[in-house]
Write a protein that binds this ligand. Sequence first.
Ligand code: GTP
Ligand code: MG
Length: 242
Amino acid sequence: MKVSFVIPFHNEEKNVGPMISQVTHYAMKQKDKWDFEIIPVNDRSSDGTQKALDSIAKKYTFVRPVERKKDTDAIGNTMGKALLAGSQKASGNIIIWTMGDLSDEPKTYGEIVNKINDGFDMVFGSRYMPGGTWGSLDPTKAFLSSRGTMLARVLFNLPVHDITNAFRGFRKSILEHISLESSGYAISPEFAVKAHLAGFKLAEVPTVYYKRVEGVSNFKLWNMSVAYLVIYAKLFWKKLLS
Ligand SMILES: Nc1nc2c(ncn2[C@@H]2O[C@H](COP(=O)(O)OP(=O)(O)OP(=O)(O)O)[C@@H](O)[C@H]2O)c(=O)[nH]1
Ligand SMILES: [Mg+2]
């Protein structure tokens, strides 16, 4: 079994080193259970992110960065495409999406892998299930993002509580059955809902969210709320017609 950690980075020069060491440190401890690789995906960073990634990749062969220079996305946010590009490069049978600003709890990685080994196809690090917490996340953002999943639970009968967070693990093979259209953060709910509607088994494990300490958030609350609603409307309409 091999786990590919796909990590998006955009202007995260201060977080690149600590993030890659954090994941490496955790994954090395699991070496007797699973092999791993790290696929950082940087696009359009104007700071030293790429330089930092290149120097780490020179030292560690399990770090295989993807650099994406050009993008034509209208809203200028390519986090979704970055996650997909990294996932396509992954050689592991399990992929974990985890954020480059150190917002995810490493202990959750192992819990996600265990759940996938129990037979689930996509497992979320969940801030909103019992036992999970949104930690230092801004309360307005926490409120809206939890409502985002609540709406998906009502519309699509989703069995989990946190799909607006990209943090999750899944079998790489799912990607052969699902095509994703969102380029930005809406890829997170889109992927979850499409996997559920396609019959894949979804589960969740509690996690804690840490607000970034270094760098600047790329997340635009209003744009993203609209993008989430648009993708839900499209998927709901498709469900009604099917
Ligand atoms: N490759 C790539 N990574 C991105 C892009 N936009 C955001 N990211 C990365 O995706 C991760 C999550 O983005 P954040 O800006 O922290 O957004 P967020 O976590 O939803 O928002 P905050 O809670 O405010 O931090 C970070 O590691 C970013 O560097 C992008 O366009 N391309
Ligand atoms: Mg963040």
